[in-house]
Design a protein around this ligand. Structure first.
Ligand code: M6R
Length: 575
């Protein structure tokens, strides 16, 4: 995933505005970045630094998450054509780039990077040598295979050419400026209206506005749609990192979601229940943190007597059997995860119905769905997903409640606030866990997905090896790795005696035991935190929030770059 942005304005603006806007997309990629403003090309390795760099009436910029080619300024976007006239930024993957590259090299094109994206600049250069723009842009659609959101500029022209297939691209206009971006968050503080590109659509954006075309160059009418998307507040200053800021927003985010499910999203929520009831089979498709939320949701629904399959989206087509009576529910924070999109395409090809639960409104996954609910967590800037998990799980618990799971969800925001009162104790516990190279997190039933999620958070923020697993699986092999002093975090749901037995098994092997529990008599000592709730549905969510804090404080204790874990070397200006 990368982030792209382009701005065309009626009047000149400082080019650093491109960097400011790009910074809002930094969560999409953060190993290098660059901009082209019609004259200047800047490329840097590392996180985005907003710096003065002249004025322009049009420019494009890109923040990269490396896929093809290492992290260095040569591979950072924008990429230029041989004559340096054409600059291109790209999000997606060009599958046939090697073949295209060979063909272009045979015609004399010289490549400066190892990326797949650079072929686009050369292909466009080649096409523009052979004909006008009207035929050059459709040629890109014909020759490029793979996924792309492309912004291209020709040196000296205050115009941006935008093309989209399968990677997100959206346009917003405000105060004489037209903005093209990977998502609405890039400009949601400027305007509440946007035009969403569909596949194989393109636009030519000049100072007078945008003209849209289909892949063959036939004009299209595309109306702007209103969207509502919260602004990121300045809590960062008090919380220090987006990760902590976003964890601390959880009570508000849960409250907002619950209100919405009873009001504006009530009809959609009821439609989702009807769809689930009418489907012979329900499959959740998701990745990473969202997968763990789905797994928790499947547990909740299982308790009501329903069977829901939960699949990691990248493996979906290998394990899912989809037919017209199957409902696939995609769960995704961004709504743009390619593996999930591919799973939905597969579901569609096989006649399945598609619903989704997303955070980013109007995202691709939402638009692929016949019905979609918003989790309303608000912008999640930190790469480590936290409040989105909590709201995904809350929404799924609300679905389970509608099918008979007994839970008073309204008290959940207060329960999370009460957990935050124990931050100091959690922080001290995390500091002790952070001293080890490995940590094991065990759970059973509803705490199994939470164990996996906590392990994922610890791995990605603190770089400690963390394994989240079913307590019952320990004896089938992994217990061999538990020795004196190995930290094991046990998630003990009061209603489950088996996890207590599993905890004793590892304790007998000398493990350092840490506990998150709602058990009335556990949780007293310094390595245990008691989470106050008698309801196990809510306990799952509280334990996940506590696990997020453990991950955050462990990473902070180790001095890790929490918000952008993969940020690399210092910046270099190359041109
Ligand atoms: O946007 P999505 O929820 O579809 O993203 C899926 C995963 O990439 C994501 O949940 C990832 O695992 C988290 N950012 C990790 O914290």
């Amino acid at each position: 995933m990368c982030g792209i942005i382009g701005i065309v304005s009626r009047t000149e603006f400082p080019s650093r505005v491109l960097l400011e806007r790009l910074k809002r997309l930094e969560y999409r990629g953060y190993d290098s970045y660059g901009l082209f403003d019609g004259r200047r090309l800047l490329k840097h390795v590392g996180g985005i630094r907003v710096e003065a760099c002249g004025r322009t009436a049009a420019g494009i910029a890109h923040t990269r998450w490396a896929t093809h080619g290492g992290v260095n300024e040569r591979n950072a976007h924008p990429h230029l054509s041989c004559d340096g006239r054409i600059a291109v930024v790209h999000n997606g993957i060009i599958e046939n780039y090697e073949e295209l590259r060979r063909g272009l090299a045979a015609k004399g094109h010289r490549f400066a990077s190892e990326t797949d994206s650079e072929v686009i600049a050369h292909l466009l250069e080649d096409a523009l040598r052979r004909g006008p723009l009207e035929s050059a842009l459709p040629r890109l659609f014909r020759e490029l295979k793979g996924t792309f959101a492309i912004l291209a500029m020709v040196r000296g022209r205050d115009e941006i050419f935008a093309l989209k297939r399968d990677s997100p691209l959206v346009l917003g206009a405000a105060d004489g400026r037209t903005v093209l971006a990977s998502d609405i968050y890039a400009f949601s503080d400027w305007t509440g209206r946007a035009v969403f590109f569909e596949n194989d659509e393109m636009a030519v954006v000049g100072p007078g506005g945008a003209r849209f075309f289909d892949r063959s160059g036939r004009p299209l009418r595309k109306p702007a749609r209103a969207f509502h998307w919260e602004q990121e507040r300045s809590v960062r200053r008090t919380a220090g990192h987006f990760m902590l800021k976003e964890i601390l927003e959880e009570p508000t985010a849960v409250g907002r979601l619950l209100f919405s499910l009873g009001h504006d999203q009530k009809p959609a929520f009821e439609r989702l229940l009807r769809l689930i009831r009418r489907s012979r089979k329900v499959i959740f498709a998701s990745c990473g943190t969202s997968y763990h939320a789905s797994l928790l949701g499947a547990y909740y629904l299982h308790r009501t007597g329903m069977e829901v399959q939960t699949l990691i989206a990248s493996e979906f087509r290998h394990f899912a059997k989809v037919d017209a009576e199957t409902l696939v529910i995609a769960i995704s924070q961004s709504g743009e995860t390619m593996d999930v999109i591919d799973a939905l395409k597969y579901a569609r090809e096989n006649g399945g119905r598609i619903a989704s639960i997303v955070n980013v409104p109007h995202s691709t996954i939402q638009r692929m769905s016949e019905l979609s609910l918003n989790i309303l967590a608000g912008p999640e800037v930190c790469v480590a997903s936290t409040k989105a998990f909590v709201n995904q799980a809350t929404l799924l618990l609300a679905v389970a409640r509608a099918f008979g799971f007994e839970v008073r969800l309204e008290s959940l925001p207060d329960r999370i606030r009460a957990l935050f009162m124990q931050k100091a104790k959690i922080r001290a516990m995390a500091g002790r866990i952070a001293r080890s190279r490995d940590v094991y997190i065990i759970g059973r039933g509803l705490t199994y997905p939470v164990a996996r999620e906590t392990a994922l958070k610890i791995k990605e923020t603190s770089y400690i090896h963390a394994e989240g697993m079913m307590g019952g699986e320990l004896k089938h092999g992994t217990i061999a790795l538990i020795e004196k002093g190995t930290p094991v975090l046990s998630l003990i749901n009061a209603g489950d005696p088996d996890i207590v037995s599993n905890t004793k098994e590892v304790e007998a092997r000398g493990a350092d035991i840490f506990i998150l529990t709602n058990h009335p008599t556990l949780g007293g000592d310094r390595n245990a935190v008691h989470l106050k709730t008698a309801n196990d549905g809510k306990f799952g969510i509280l334990a996940a929030a506590a696990g997020q804090l453990i991950a955050y404080y462990a990473a902070a204790a180790l001095g890790r770059p929490i918000d952008k874990p993969r940020n690399l070397a210092k910046s270099v200006t190359v041109k």
